[in-house]
Write a protein that binds this ligand. Structure first.
Ligand code: MIG
Length: 793
């Protein structure tokens, strides 16, 4: 390390606080606080005059103080909760975190510890052999982030090469997995930061930020769900999105006129390709002025949105942050007169070139700017726009001098208290603050409806406001494959509602790539096909009838999965769990699962193994411990092993956890066509005894009543014995009632008709239940009440 580096030295004084301890080592001070039994906050203040971190990554959750014990032992301080023991050596100051059984969770590097060098703050942590690292937000590369150095600095960059870093999101949070145990590390620092995750193999993680205090949170886990629950308690959880936003979104940069948009929408319906949302990229605006419509090309947006709505489409419009410098443009003038733009140190607003030509950038750090911005969405919502898409919010400036193409680091933002904060401190927050402005604006403007916001840039906590798409990928097989680890790590970083541009943004997709991408895309939490102006179109019919037919099947599957998916969104909302999960999430002790990045879970019961190579008609799949049922054929596989599975072009390899009851809906063309009216519980009992438990969550899918508990939660349980299967459906909890009389239970892949079927204790003649052609048993349960369905052979 550089000789200018100062590691924290001897503690000159120690003061216990109610849940922690403060150590003075002038000029520095170290504060340690237990926020919860498994959540420890560490703050190094190298100099007394350094301000606190800007608070926007954290939610407003108050943590009730946990019980702690505080003692001194052999010159060391011990601060302990029921889950973590922090051992503090005082000369020099070094920390070790242990779990309740005394195992080391994480510890300072004994030599370098934590410290500072000029304005930068550092922590060096021991990297143990066998540890794998996940999270770090939106990154290229492998699922395991160890062995490379990563930077957090929101950046617009293309193409996404395997080494490209950073990208648009900056999420300074990671998880460490070792032998089934997991902990988390969150750096609460908005300056440019660096995560050297043992890139030279020296056995150290070196995390440092280019300014501010060193504030981090150690999340003790020791499971993935626990770490994510805590992390999202700290940084906030995703509100439930409107149900329509779980449908398929079609976008393209290059829909130039309102006729063209109407034509695209009409074609979806004509060709019976399910779709819920059409996105309007920058061309709808008048000279790229935000909150305007182009008078010739989009003369009647109200009629467009109304027409599309009749056909069951919602419209999402793009909104970029730069405001065109044009004295005749009232919105621009308002911002100028009120002093709402980011300024140069001279006091003049900063000017940069983006799509509109010269623009100024709103200073979203200020509440009054956020209000002004949020309210301006009236110009879009009043015309019938349903959702907003934020782009270029790193923010991007085309003519900036440095390769990061953004505002100068010395540009001036202001807090609500009037303090100056330089862009170098606010940069990483810019997308999140714009998201906050937009989300809160949408809630004010439409207080009865759930907002939908999509963003490119963001920081830790972005999940409170927006879904995230992963920016300008390319129509490459490599990017089809890379989307998996990228989304998995975003999910592990608290952002569950994620997806890349299906088909790829730049370059030309081939028909086969398009098929495979639509098949995988059906499982992305955020499912949008988008492409760039100068490359070939990607609407499903533009590749000929075969691709169209297969794309239709993929979309139909997506829509059938909605009841299952919606409950996963509810889990993300209530627990912070990802929707798309790495295999290791559900197989934490499995070292093969820990490095699998070519397959993933959606929720606990679906294992998706997409085809990621051209020409492949079979693939090798690693299935973790347990039994897995092929969704398409009913073939059962024993897990804990690799299997070669068939993958004809028509279908994506898909496996269901044996024992699970999968809630499915009908094939529909858009979510407005049917609510929860038809529900199928499809059973996949497998070949041997098992017990499975699940939940079905439903609500109106649109309003905010769910925040008041207006929803329906139902427990599902399946017990499989050698000659018998028992499905128990709990009574709906909560006041919401979907509009339906019955739930259809389906048992597919019947080898032989069952001997007996009993519903709620009464025998049902089996002959009436078996569909011999489809090899399927079907039983209807009434929607109300609790039910027991027994099927015996
Ligand atoms: O400079 O709005 O990532 O999705 O189509 C490019 C045009 C600006 C970048 C976004 C992309 C969008 C495009 N935008």
């Amino acid at each position: 390390m550089d000789p200018a580096y100062r590691a924290l030295g001897r503690a000159q004084s120690v003061r216990w606080t109610s849940t922690g301890v403060v150590l003075e080592a002038p000029p520095a001070r170290l504060e340690i606080r237990c926020l919860a039994p498994d959540l420890i906050r560490v703050e190094l203040i190298p100099r007394p005059d350094l301000p606190e971190p800007l608070p926007f990554s954290r939610s407003e959750t108050e943590f009730p103080p946990p019980a702690v014990t505080q003692e001194e032992q052999d010159g060391r301080l011990i601060l302990a909760t029921e889950a973590v023991r922090v051992e503090i050596e005082t000369d020099p100051i070094r920390l070790t975190f242990r779990d309740g059984e005394g195992r080391v969770i994480d510890r300072d590097d004994p030599e370098l510890g934590m410290g500072w060098r000029y304005e930068t703050v550092h922590t060096f942590r021991q990297a143990q052999p066998g540890e794998r690292v996940y999270g770090l937000g939106e990154k290229t590369g492998h699922l395991d982030k160890r062995g490379r150095r990563w930077t957090m600095w929101a950046r617009d960059v293309l193409p996404h090469l395997p080494t490209t870093d950073p990208l648009y999101q900056a999420i300074p949070f990671y998880l460490v997995w070792k032998e089934g145990r997991v902990h988390g590390f969150f750096l609460e620092n908005t300056f440019r930061s660096h995560f050297d995750m043992d890139s030279d193999g020296s056995g150290r993680y070196h995390i440092w930020a280019e300014g501010g205090r060193l504030v981090y949170y150690l999340l003790a886990g020791p499971t993935f769900p626990q770490v994510l629950e805590r992390y999202t308690q700290l940084t906030g959880r995703m509100p439930l999105p409107p149900r329509w936003s779980l449908g398929y979104h079609q976008s393209r940069w290059g829909y130039l006129t309102q006729q063209e948009v109407a034509e695209v929408a009409r074609t979806f319906r004509e060709r019976r390709l399910p779709c819920d949302v059409i996105h309007l990229d920058i061309d709808y605006m008048d000279g790229f002025r935000v909150f305007t419509w182009h008078p010739d090309r989009f003369p009647d947006p109200e009629a467009l949105c109304a027409r599309l709505k009749e056909q069951g489409f919602r419209v999402v419009t793009i909104v970029d942050p730069g405001v065109k410098k044009d004295p005749s443009y009232a919105f621009f003038q308002e911002g100028l007169e009120a002093g709402l733009y980011v300024e140069a140190p001279s006091g003049e607003p900063v000017t940069g070139q983006v799509w509109p030509g010269e623009v100024h950038f709103p200073d979203f750090l200020q509440e009054r700017t956020r209000r002004w911005w949020g309210d301006a969405h009236r110009a879009l919502l009043d015309r019938g726009v349903a959702g907003i898409w934020n782009d270029m919010n790193e923010p991007v400036i085309f003519d900036a001098r440095d390769e990061d193409r953004t505002l100068p680091e010395t540009a001036v933002h202001r807090t609500d208290q009037g303090e100056v904060r330089q862009h170098r401190e606010v940069h990483n927050l810019y997308g999140l603050l714009m998201g906050k402005a937009t989300y809160e604006g949408l809630r004010r403007l439409r207080p009865e409806e759930r907002p939908f916001l999509l963003t490119r840039s963001g920081f830790a906590g972005i999940q409170r406001y927006a879904a995230v798409w992963t920016g300008d990928n390319s129509s490459w097989w490599e990017h089809l494959a890379m989307s998996i680890p990228m989304l998995l790590n975003l999910g592990l970083s608290g952002v569950a509602f994620v997806g890349p541009d299906i088909g790829g943004f730049s370059e030309d997709a081939t028909p086969e790539l398009m098929v495979r991408w639509m098949q995988l895309g059906a499982f992305y939490p955020f499912c949008r096909n988008h492409s760039a102006k100068t490359f070939r179109r990607q609407e499903p019919w533009t590749f000929g009838p075969e691709v169209e037919a297969l794309a239709r099947e993929a979309l139909e599957l997506r829509y059938q999965l909605l009841p299952y998916l919606y409950t996963r969104f509810w889990e993300a909302h209530t627990r912070g769990w990802p929707i798309m999960r790495p295999l290791v999430w559900h197989a934490p002790d499995d070292p093969v699962a820990a490095r699998t990045e070519d397959a993933f879970f959606v929720g606990a019961d679906l294992l998706v193994a997409p085809v990621l190579q051209p020409g492949a008609r079979e693939r090798l799949v690693y299935l973790p411990q347990g039994e897995w049922v092929d969704f398409w054929t009913g073939t059962c596989y024993e897990g804990g092993a690799h299997q070669v599975v068939e993958a004809p072009l028509e279908r994506i390899p898909l496996f269901v956890r044996a024992g699970a009851a999968l809630p499915l809906g009908p094939v529909i063309q858009h979510t407005g066509e049917a609510g929860w009216a038809r529900l199928i519980l499809r059973l996949f009992p497998g070949t041997r005894p098992s017990r499975w438990q699940g939940t079905l969550y439903e609500d109106d899918g649109a309003s905010l009543a769910y925040e008041q508990g207006v929803s329906s939660r139902r427990s599902l349980q399946v017990t499989v014995e050698t000659d018998r299967l028992l499905l128990e459906v709990g009574e709906p909890q909560g006041p919401y009632r979907p509009d339906r009389e019955v739930i259809q239970v389906e048992l597919p892949f019947l080898a032989e008709p069952p001997r007996q079927v009993r519903l709620d204790g009464r025998a049902v003649p089996t002959a009436t239940l078996v569909d011999r052609e489809r090899n399927l048993l079907r039983v209807a349960l009434s929607q109300e009440g609790a039910h027991r369905l027994e099927i015996a052979w």
